[in-house]
Design a protein around this ligand. Structure first.
Ligand code: AMP
Length: 600
């Protein structure tokens, strides 16, 4: 079947026998969604019946949905934090789960400036692996011959740390890439990567990226698909090529690896792959020397059939640049997952990004849904209104819901914070468009900055202005992804009481850094270790600009009484208004502080 074709019956015919089994599994799960969910909840409650958390809610051994919903409250991270802290401190009693906690997964969502810690159990790794194993069988339905070449995927691990009790804490993907399930995966012709494990398993992001790109260039004719987990990762990889092509070409010409690559495992594995190839070096130079990056992906990797990157949610901002780099290759979003739980997959991965829907696999956990309108009223135990939360089988087409999960690792009725809209059904399983993550104001890469964090960062930075008798009277922000890497832009309107002694350019530069120091650890890690976010920028605007902004909003129908300054903007006319009033721009003069160790 040709690329881009979508069948009305998405799950057949399979490309091979292994795929047939995977597709059959999806069919079974989605046909029996409700009974699978019933069983999953029963299994979770049986498995964790002795855990302190479930004991507290007096289920009395019940494993049915009605009792569960009426006795166990809906919670968010802060409610569970004391339990999680005890596990981190070394309490080995069954607190959330009866199974031993194997490690902590550090989510990109933060609490008090640090990544949230999600305790997980060993069996979850197999569940995640199971979901991964379904992705290629679905893709093979739409794109043929993916067994005839390789995938160029930029995958990275991040620094890990240990809790006071010695449990490892790391992002879920780091945990997965370091697992035996990944490292010793059996050969699968449909899933051959250009990046050897050694290049992925290096925590230094430069060395990892460099060696993965080098392999991508060496195997360029075999590459059939290019990807990264999130779109921001692929954009960063291409930017890396634009900055490092000369050295990469030199390595290829001479067969000697850049001495900046000091990781011994990478050097050892590259010594088997990198051989002098002057023709390839010439090709890379010819393609890159005029610094025209339009269509660079298809020029370097001409056999690429699609880009495999998540471009839904906050990542949609990268669609235009990926179109530019790839000459409009299809961008496929295959999977929807989180540190807490892997949720599901896209059964029609070749659709346009704006039409992507994910099918939650009912075997992954027990899923409940808060109708979005009432989402704000159920932060407390919902004993008064147990029916408020709906099951997968109860959802209605076109409605929006907030996702609530219960997992084998012991999260019970946990609010993930994602808002989803039902766009259709596969068998009896609803399919969801990812609408947004609640409370996220700014996001460039994995970072998620909310309004309170931005507000405190601004308060902190404005302390530097006090001695100049200056205050920030209004502000708003913008995630600028026109630069690569993208960066936060903060618009400030200042009140300078003594114009003769206002803050200098340097002081305002320092304000940028002061803000960055205040932002959460995911932001600072992206700035320092991953280089996936550029220096924060403050744009000082003329006095009266925010009043003009209000006039503009009111002219478009906003109510004067209810008008609030938007704390994040992206609408072009507003951006144009703000940018036309800029009197000075300032950037962080250096990177903020970040160390892999975290506070526990
Ligand atoms: P983390 O806990 O750091 O793994 O982040 C998980 C969050 O990333 C999810 O709850 C979503 O908000 C977001 N996310 C994950 N997968 C997708 C996707 N396919 N589309 C949009 N957002 C996603």
């Amino acid at each position: 079947m040709a690329v881009g074709t979508v069948t009305s019956s998405p799950l057949g015919p399979p490309a091979n026998e292994k795929d047939a089994k995977a597709l059959q599994f999806i069919e079974e799960m989605t046909k029996n969604c409700d009974s699978v969910q019933e069983n999953v909840l029963c299994e979770i409650l049986t498995q964790n019946a002795e855990a302190e958390y479930l004991q507290k809610w007096n289920l009395g051994g019940a494993t049915d949905r009605k009792t569960f919903k009426s006795k166990v409250p809906v919670v968010s991270y802060d409610d569970l934090q004391p339990y999680i802290q005890r596990i981190a401190n070394g309490d080995r009693s069954p607190i959330l789960s009866s199974h031993p906690i194997s490690e902590f997964l550090t989510s990109s969502g933060t609490s008090a400036g640090e990544r949230k810690l999600m305790p997980t159990i060993a069996a979850e790794m197999d569940r995640r692996q199971k979901l991964y194993s379904l992705l290629m069988p679905v893709m093979n339905l739409y794109v043929t011959d993916l067994d005839k070449g390789k995938g160029l995927y930029f995958y990275f691990i991040k620094a890990e740390t240990k809790t006071p009790s010695g449990l490892v804490a790391r992002p879920v993907l780091t945990s997965y890439y370091k697992s035996n399930q990944f490292k010793t995966r059996p050969y699968d012709p449909y899933n051959v990567l250009t990046s050897p494990n050694e290049t992925i398993l290096c925590v230094d992001s430069f060395q990892s990226m460099y060696s993965q790109m080098l392999c991508g260039l060496i195997y360029r004719e075999q590459v059939l698909r290019c990807g990264a987990v999130f779109a921001s990762g692929l954009v960063r990889a291409i930017k890396f090529l634009t900055l490092n092509w000369k050295q990469l070409a030199l390595d290829i010409e001479t067969g000697f690896l850049n001495p900046k690559i000091t990781d011994q495992d990478i050097r050892a594995c590259m010594s088997k792959i990198l051989k002098p190839d002057p023709n390839l070096a010439r090709f890379v130079r010819d393609e890159c020397c005029d610094e025209n990056w339009e269509g660079i992906i298809t020029r370097i990797w001409p056999n690429t059939k699609y880009l495999d990157v998540i471009v839904t949610g906050a990542m949609a901002q990268y669609i235009p640049i990926l179109d530019f780099y790839s000459g409009n290759l299809p961008q496929t979003c295959t999977m929807y997952a989180s540190s807490e739980c892997y949720f599901g997959l896209n059964l029609t991965p070749m659709v346009k990004p704006s039409e992507v829907s994910y099918t939650i696999m009912p075997n992954m956990g027990y899923f409940e849904f808060i109708p979005h309108d009432s989402a704000n009223s159920v932060t407390k135990p919902n004993n008064d209104s147990p029916s408020q939360l709906l099951d997968l089988a109860d959802l209605e087409l076109g409605k929006e819901y907030e996702l609530v999960i219960s997992t084998y690792s012991g999260l019970c009725r946990y609010r993930v914070g994602d808002i989803l809209r039902v766009t259709g059904f596969h068998n009896s399983a609803p399919q969801f468009k990812f609408i947004r993550r609640k409370n996220v104001l700014l996001s460039i890469d994995a970072d998620k900055t909310d309004e309170t964090e931005l507000q405190s960062a601004i308060e902190k930075a404005s302390e530097l202005l006090k001695e100049f008798n200056t205050a920030v009277v209004e502000y708003t922000s913008y995630g600028d992804t026109k630069t690569i890497p993208g960066h936060y832009v903060i618009y400030w309107e200042l009140l300078v009481k003594d114009p003769g002694h206002g803050p200098s350019h340097q002081v305002l530069d320092q304000c940028c850094l002061a803000m960055e120091e205040c932002l959460n650890s995911v932001y600072r890690q992206s700035r320092v270790a991953d280089n996936s976010i550029g220096p924060l920028e403050i744009r000082v605007v003329k006095n009266g600009t925010f009043e003009e902004l209000m006039d503009y909003a009111i002219s478009r129908g906003a109510s004067i009484n209810q008008y609030k300054v938007p704390r994040c903007v992206s609408f072009t006319p507003i951006m144009e208004l703000l940018d036309s009033r800029v009197v000075s721009t300032h950037f962080s003069p250096s990177a903020p502080h970040w160390v892999p160790e975290r506070r526990f």
